[in-house]
Design a protein around this ligand. Structure first.
Ligand code: ADP
Ligand code: MG
Length: 643
């Protein structure tokens, strides 16, 4: 279908005036003036008073009112950071990083000093950090090590309306922490919806509304359903751009792939036109390198319009000033448990009415705007849910179960969830964990999560095990020691047995028995020599890909490398398990050079002089040959074992 909207000329003129007045805003005003212009500034003292008088406060305010960037600073200015950090959680990594950067600029310090952030595999904080932005997953992990969150004087749970899985679990946990610690402040922020429900959940706590400052937004629905939302969005964006109306454009797409196609198409088609006005097309999604992400906030050169193509990160998490036009595809990506494959899958779904309203609101921040919805009014009314189903009710709960078990929660079915997940999901996840050996027959966790973190060797699970063994040995192989540290004595005895067998073999073979002492690199290299065919390379934040197949794979939450802020470029893994994702279990950091040295049939250090093409072909040939050999060797082993 063709997108067909008529822009009202009077409206366009009006917008032109408005936006000319506001476009230079950021350039002319100092950071302090910008801070003082935010709606939250007008209620700063009232807000601080209500926080002083209450342990828990719900703060509601339109996107862009200053909740995320200002609340932390207000608490800091009011003295809370004198006896602990002010933490602020975000459901998204990008938001945590970007907002921390902005706030460090506002405060006038380097990122990582007074203001820092922590996301999985990346800890940009220091001894001097007083304001810490982090993903909700990080705070959840921290609560494992320090259940009362003693390092914090205040925690802001931001973007609570998103109802991410981690946020929902944190709700239940923090409710208890606050009841134990009356010196901790908990602030839950939301962009309007669900605030009554939050207040009730935390025990009828006060709700503070930040008066908004928004402009009217014209909503224009598509007259007919669109078959291809990418195509429709491209057309719509070009139509706006060529209409002569002033103001930046924000397009909502479900994910990275659609964003890339949309951006490319817009640039390509604009290139085909003669004398088209310049347009800066700026994509934003979580995997985009952070320097490119930062571009969406930069001012475009005079006379250049910005066109941001975003996931729902731009719905409430990030606010970009100057947006006058929103183009809404009507879709988003959601993680949903797929019972057929027994895993969570990220799939494209229609958004909810709440999402749609948030999206259109983005056009009315700095002046009146327009929102083009690429779906019909009847689809909005009849097909869309009022609000999105919380993640906890639609995804696999294995991680949550494991985490709660590690925290010592006895009966998970009694855990205080705001919206409890279906009981069946909970029981299924427990069953799954039992199969994996993470829960025992009584439903208790024997994972390495809690106590055993103290044995962690940050670069290796194998060495972590060795560490456990050595300490057991130092404690005279005591079973009481095992019990005290939640370690299975039986398993340890087995380890000792295998060790002595290996030793016997070495003696028989007249091999030298020498210890490597404390030079554990030797051990890592030795493990590498046996497992180089199971290697993974760091791809993005916390994400690895199999070096040979290119398949994405993830660190298992029980790994000592998980969430330690240490991310080696190369690791080898002992085995792969499929639960919610493809997980590598038992991993060790290795040097890339070791892989080339010990597994030359698989890997080579890229050599100068030889073309990349040639390199690739060579490596591929050898891998195939090698894999055939391995298959044969395995077959032989199997038949031998059967005999
Ligand atoms: P809220 O959390 O209420 O949605 P924020 O505190 O995120 O509001 O944003 C307040 C204002 O701060 C935004 O309108 C924007 O002008 C500015 N801002 C936020 N993040 C950035 C950034 N990374 N770069 C530039 N400006 C930013
Ligand atoms: Mg915010």
């Amino acid at each position: 279908g063709k997108v067909d909207y008529k822009a009202d000329q009077k409206f366009a003129d009006h917008m032109k005036e408005k936006s000319e007045a506001s476009s230079d805003f950021a350039k002319k005003k100092s950071l302090l003036e910008q801070r003082q212009y935010l709606p939250i500034f007008a209620v700063r003292q009232q807000l601080l008073n209500i926080i002083r008088d209450n342990s828990i406060v719900i703060v509601v305010g339109e996107t862009g009112s200053g909740k995320t960037t200002q609340l932390t600073q207000y608490l800091h200015e009011d003295g809370y950071t004198r006896y602990g950090m002010v933490g602020c959680t975000q459901p998204r990594r990008v938001a945590a990083m970007s907002v921390a950067k902005r706030v460090s600029e506002e405060i006038g310090s380097n990122l990582g000093e007074e203001v820092g952030y922590a996301i999985r595999f990346e800890d940009c904080t220091s001894e001097s950090t007083m304001i810490k932005y982090m993903t909700d997953g990080i705070l959840l992990r921290e609560s494992l090590r320090e259940s009362d969150l003693d390092h914090y004087s205040a925690v802001i749970m931001d973007e609570a309306h998103e109802r991410s899985l981690n946020t929902d679990v944190l709700f239940g946990l923090l409710r208890e922490v606050v009841s134990r610690r009356n010196d901790l402040k908990l602030i839950v922020t939301s962009a309007t919806m669900d605030s009554d429900k939050f207040a009730a959940f935390f025990g009828n706590v006060p709700i503070f509304h930040i008066p908004g400052r928004t402009f009217p937004v014209d909503i224009l629905f598509s007259k007919t359903p669109q078959e291809d939302y990418v195509e429709a969005a491209v057309k719509q964006a070009l139509q706006i751009h060529l209409s002569g109306m002033v103001g930046d454009i924000l397009i909502f797409m479900p994910g990275q792939e659609d964003i890339e196609v949309t951006s490319d198409q817009i640039v390509e088609r604009l290139g085909e036109l003669d004398n088209a006005p310049p347009l800066a097309v700026l994509p934003i999604y979580s995997q985009l390198p952070s320097d490119l992400q930062a571009k969406i906030f930069q001012k475009a050169p005079d006379g250049v319009r910005k066109c941001i193509v975003a996931t729902n990160i731009a719905e409430t998490s990030l606010t970009v000033d100057g947006i006058m036009f929103v183009v809404d595809s009507g879709y988003c990506k959601l993680k949903v448990f797929n019972p057929r494959i027994g895993m969570d899958a990220l799939q494209v779904y229609p958004i909810s009415q709440a999402n749609a309203n948030q999206r259109s609101g983005r056009a009315g921040r700095t002046g009146p705007g327009q929102c083009y919805r690429l779906y019909t009014q009847s689809a909005y009314k009849n097909e869309m849910l009022t609000t999105t189903i919380p993640e906890i009710q639609r995804t696999n709960l294995a991680n949550v179960v494991l985490l709660l078990k590690s925290l010592g929660v006895q009966d998970l079915l009694l855990f205080h969830f705001m919206d409890p997940p279906p009981e069946d999901n909970m029981l299924n996840s427990m069953y799954q964990l039992w199969i994996l050996g993470a829960l025992d027959n009584t439903g208790e966790s024997n994972c390495l999560c809690t106590c055993n973190k103290k044995f962690s060797v940050p670069e290796s699970d194998h060495l972590t095990y060795l560490n456990v063994y050595n300490q057991w040995k130092n404690n005279n192989y005591s079973s009481i020691w095992c019990n005290d540290h939640f370690i299975h004595t039986k398993a340890m005895r087995k380890v000792r047995e295998v060790r002595s067998q290996l030793k016997d073999i070495m003696v028989q073979q007249k091999m030298n028995l020498v210890s490597c002492g404390s030079d554990w690199d030797v051990i890592r290299k030795c493990i590498c020599a046996a497992y180089f065919h199971q290697a993974a390379k760091l791809k993005g934040i916390g994400e690895y890909v199999n070096v040979r197949t290119g398949m994405p794979c993830h660190l298992h939450p029980t790994s000592s490398l998980f969430g330690m802020g240490y991310t080696p470029d190369y690791i080898i893994y002992h085995e792969l398990v499929m639960t919610t994702k493809e997980y590598m279990q038992c991993v060790t950091a290795v040097d890339g050079e070791w892989l080339a040295e010990l597994g030359p049939m698989f890997y080579s250090v890229k050599q100068a002089g030889r073309s990349r093409q040639e390199n690739r072909r060579r490596a591929k040939d050898e891998i195939t040959n090698m894999e055939e050999e391995m298959a044969m060797a395995q077959e032989q082993l199997r038949t031998r074992r059967e005999e």
